[in-house]
Design a protein around this ligand. Structure first.
Ligand SMILES: [Zn+2]
Length: 218
């Protein structure tokens, strides 16, 4: 299992095609994925984004640098290419997407602790490594196949470079996660074959930093 980050992975896929138009100059340059204006015909005049492995226009490159210095990056979901319709649909549960919009809000109509929650993990970063504890929410131990899927997702999550430590996680949250009313707390969502998954990310030091909730699909 390899977890992909929405819409970063999709933008990078689009860019793989767009960049073929530069050979080395583009007759009709592709549009900047961030603002929707045409890129410069010469690839090197454009800027490499700090948030995805794609080139953006010179103006966007400057805007990113300024916003980065102020720690308020433009969320990738606000990029022109995303607003104009890069799909957030999950198609392949072997490579689940981390997304900023919740596809299973119905679950929470019963309250903040849906009955389908099988387990959740709670992790904190102590400055050197992650410490994780597990909480089982059902009386019965989940069947093996289902338990394996939880393990696979959890392993893949903490193998992401974004989850290397609390600094990388904090930077990642500002750029890619769904903000909440609390500026140090963020949400992300995912889905595997058997589960809806909710991640609560907390960027405060000496606190629990990552909760991963697993809800069995009906
Ligand atoms: Zn631009």
């Amino acid at each position: 299992m390899k977890i992909r980050i929405y819409p970063k992975s999709l933008l990078e896929t689009v860019w793989q095609q767009d960049k073929l138009l530069f050979a080395p100059e583009a007759e009709q340059p592709p549009l900047c994925l961030r603002c929707g204006q045409p890129l410069n015909r010469r690839l090197v005049i454009n800027a490499l984004s700090r948030y995805a492995d794609v080139h953006i226009c010179e103006a966007c490159g400057m805007d990113e640098a300024l916003r980065d210095a102020n720690r308020c990056p433009l969320p990738l979901t606000e990029w022109a290419a995303v607003k104009n319709g890069l799909s957030q649909q999950q198609t392949n549960f072997e490579d689940p997407l981390l997304t900023t919009s919740c596809a299973f809000e119905d679950l929470f109509q019963q309250g903040s602790r849906p009955a389908s929650e099988i387990a959740y993990s709670r992790s904190d970063y102590d400055g050197w490594k992650w410490w994780t504890t597990w909480h089982q929410c059902q009386k019965d131990t989940p069947v093996l196949e289902v338990a394996r899927e939880i393990d696979a997702f959890q392993d893949a999550l903490f193998q992401l470079p974004e989850f290397r430590n609390l600094d990388t996680l904090t930077r990642f949250c500002r750029g890619y996660a769904q903000p909440t009313s609390e500026p140090t707390e963020f949400n992300l969502y995912s889905e595997t074959a058997h589960f809806y998954i909710w991640l609560r990310l907390i960027t405060r030091r000496r606190d629990y930093n990552v909760y991963v909730h697993y809800y069995l699909k009906g």
